[in-house]
Design a binder for this molecule. Sequence first.
Ligand SMILES: Nc1ncnc2c1ncn2[C@@H]1O[C@H](COP(=O)(O)OP(=O)(O)OP(=O)(O)O)[C@@H](O)[C@H]1O
Ligand SMILES: [Mg+2]
Length: 458
Amino acid sequence: MSKHQPLVLLVDDDELVGKSLATSLRKEGFAIVRVEDGDAALPAVNVHSPDLVLLDVRLPGKNGIEVLQEIKVNRPEIPVFVMTAFGSIDNSVTAMREGAHDYLTKPINDADLIRRIRRVLAASTHVQRGGDAVDSTSHTIGQESLIANHPRMREVLQAVQAAAPTRVTILIQGESGTGKTVLARAIHQLSERRDRPFVEVSCGSLPDPLLESELFGYEIGAFTGADRKRQGKFEYADSGTVFLDEIANATPALQIKLLRVLQDRVFERLGSNEPIGTDIRLILATNADLEGAVSEGRFREDLYYRINVVAVSMPPLRERADDIPALASLFLGRYTAEYKKTVDAIDDTVLDFFYRFNWPGNVRELENVVEHAVIMAKAPTIFLSDLPPRYLEHNQDTAAGPAVRPLKQALEIPERDYIVKVLKLNGGNRQKTAEMLSVNRTTLFNKMRKYDLLDDSF
Ligand SMILES: Nc1ncnc2c1ncn2[C@@H]1O[C@H](COP(=O)(O)OP(=O)(O)OP(=O)(O)O)[C@@H](O)[C@H]1O
Ligand SMILES: [Mg+2]
């Protein structure tokens, strides 16, 4: 099993502080998940089960104190450090009163912060080990860490966070490898059924009579070879979650039975007429176009409407390149631990390539590439030459073009150049520059800080 890499959830909307903190923490061997919005904090805590939360007080959405209160109610075992602006003693006092483990004043001294984090984590591991052994079911989420920084992924998380505690059926659509199965597990973990079974069945895996018997069970003599009675997955999973993958492949016979389970909450074992009541939560997934299947008559419309109550769509990886660095570093941690290698960085040329590549196999493909690279790596950093050869060929094909970055990042380049130009025009006078750019001085200051221009002379 892989060694546990401590995960820190960073809740901070200040790009500059957030990024530099994340970099320092990663260097020290922590996995980082970052969210920028107070409203996204609790969902992230629930999904990732971080070892520690670093929380800014001033946030868009809920403020840090409100988030702290939520975490203390829902996950009181997770230590929270609160970061306050210099001089705001009130906030620090409130934070400590509300159960924060520690508070830090900005600007943050990274070395000091890391020392404090290590101290708290050492203490809490001790407590966990001394008490109950870590329960593998309730920590699946922790182990599977779901990265969701991109706004579309955050929306997905928010939707499932709202739906998870109820019994409502959830449909997850998305290309292969986008994380549908990981999300289904997360939903189960977020629900009160988390201590009951999570059963996963693919509708494409078995021919129909077998699949039905697998799901619903059978009585003696139900079919040739049924020489004893058997419980199906639906019975086994009672009051838990059944995850039906590749639902578009369900045969008409199975579709009818599923409709009955959803409508009447009953089913029969094969070879029996006796209805069995069931309390399961269904999650369904498909990488096919279900609506198309409905219009072509291959999928029952009534069933489609039943399962389409809460539907989420996992964006393909090429449409959320922002998530690539976090995913890559998660996989780096996972496979360096598994293969006992010391690799702690990914060269910029590799990350650049990751941004440009279109990832037809989505997150699973990225994971495979990182795993391959970790095995091949001869240095503590992953270079292009460590990738599988077919990717290198692809990289040569595309290397001639300019690096494609997320729009927001790409637009920062001309913005920085323009600010430098106007600063030069005004001999570095910030007041005049701000006036010419029609922004206030704080905005200009923040941008100069972001672009590392504060110490430059013009
Ligand atoms: N958001 C994510 N954060 C972290 N890891 C992820 C994420 N999404 C996917 N993964 C990783 O990618 C792998 C593939 O994801 P998953 O099996 O959930 O995809 P899927 O959509 O169910 O694919 P398929 O359609 O082939 O069943 C997982 O094993 C997991 O390690
Ligand atoms: Mg899957």
